[in-house]
Design a protein around this ligand. Structure first.
Ligand SMILES: Cc1ncc(COP(=O)(O)O)c(C=O)c1O
Length: 386
């Protein structure tokens, strides 16, 4: 199989599997006081320290969760409710229009139930925040700002430093979803000046179902789940020692190889993009052109007339795993909210293909997709009468 869907999930690292298995041999509940419990607790706290060190945070700032989705929900709902309790007049939740649904949907939900006023920041045609949009949107009514570090569909890297500076001027906390950024960019909570940041294990070669919200001390977070009071009652639930250990192992490796891997993928991506321009001229390569403003491994195509579900089905039949980057319901790809925010009409925004390279990607993978994609596109277009 040619696997070109690393942004969806990337293969489990051997180190993560070993760390998971070793921790799973320990029987204790990390909250139990006996020796077995303390051993399990030591595994969790060691992992917490390593996760913090890898991401520029302090260990007590790492709130382990069931993944990026839960961490994003805690950041949006938990932080907004916490801020409202402090200052009821701060009702505006400010997010970019290209956030992952794990941020966008809780923000919209807060607005729908009357808890917040939602401000969605526009992006330019490459998917990067419009210059000045944030400065105009943030003010005395702002509760929080959430702008993703890097976009999962088109790979656009957002100007986190500018976002932090604009929000700081009004005393507004900033959350960034760094799920896609961590494997490739120098992600550091404190250096970035962020108040909260979401990370997920399965995007760095750890297991699915593990992640964390990194949150500065003193940030008002209302818990979403109530129960045993673990993790200072912000996130109750029996601590997942194997998951935490595996996450830490994967993250250590991913960070150690980050710059070499980013450079390698950038070269591979350049060859893929060049070949697609030559063999698939009807496709538009979207997202930022400048490598400084995008992730190294994502190629995002808009091919008007070639519906994503048809192209992906035909690629799959040719042994190639790719994605549209957008949500899929009952086998039909929805028009991508990211592509639409970038200015594509809804019809074209249902005709996107995301090829995401990663750790196992090779020249052969590039050659395979370049050989298969033009035919898949031609057949998909014929099926839709284009
Ligand atoms: C940018 C971004 N945020 C959040 C998530 C959700 O993370 P998880 O799959 O760990 O719930 C993803 C996963 O696709 C993502 O790409």
């Amino acid at each position: 199989m040619t696997y070109l869907d690393h942004a969806a999930t990337t293969p489990l690292r051997a180190s993560a599997r070993e760390a998971w298995l070793a921790a799973a041999e320990e029987v204790g509940n990390p909250s139990s006081l006996h020796a077995a419990g303390r051993r399990a607790r030591a595994i969790v706290e060691d992992a917490r320290e390593r996760i913090a060190a890898a991401l520029g945070a302090d260990a007590p700032e790492v709130i382990l969760t069931s993944g990026g989705t839960e961490a994003d929900n805690l950041a949006i709902k938990g932080l907004h409710w916490g801020r409202l309790a402090q200052e009821a007049s701060r009702r505006d939740v400010v997010v970019s229009a290209v956030e992952h649904h794990a941020v966008l949907d809780p923000a919209r939900w807060l607005a729908e139930r009357g808890d917040a006023d939602l401000v969605e920041l526009p992006v330019d045609p490459t998917g990067c925040l419009e210059q000045g949009a944030l400065a105009a949107a943030v003010g005395p009514a702002t509760s929080l700002v959430s702008v993703m570090w890097a976009n999962n569909e088109v790979g656009a890297v957002q100007p986190v430093a500018d976002v932090v500076a604009a929000a700081r001027a009004h005393g507004v906390p900033v959350h960034a979803d760094a799920v896609q950024a961590v494997p490739y960019l120098d992600v550091h909570l404190h250096r970035a000046g962020l108040d909260a940041m979401t990370v997920s294990a399965h995007k760095v070669g750890g297991p699915v179902g593990v992640g964390a919200l990194l949150a500065r001390r003193g940030l008002p977070l209302v818990p979403l789940a109530h129960g045993g009071g673990q993790q200072r009652s912000v996130r109750s639930g029996t601590l997942d020692a194997p998951g935490a250990a595996a996450f830490a192992a994967a993250l250590d490796e991913a960070v150690a190889e980050r710059s070499a891997e980013s450079a390698r993928l950038e070269r591979l991506r350049a060859r893929l993009a060049e070949a697609l321009r030559a063999h698939l001229p009807e496709a538009t390569l979207s997202g930022p052109a400048d490598p400084a403003h995008r992730l190294p491994g994502i190629v995002h195509l808009v091919v008007p007339g070639a519906r994503a579900e048809s192209v992906l089905f035909l690629l799959d039949a040719a042994g190639i795993a790719a994605s549209s980057g957008s949500a899929c319901t009952a086998g039909v790809v929805q028009s991508s909210h990211v592509a639409m925010a970038m200015g594509w009409p809804a019809d074209d925004a249902a005709c996107t293909v995301r090829l995401s390279l990663g750790r196992t990607s090779s020249e052969e993978d590039v050659a395979a997709v370049v050989a298969a994609l033009p035919d898949a596109v031609a057949r998909a277009r014929a099926a839709s009468g284009r």
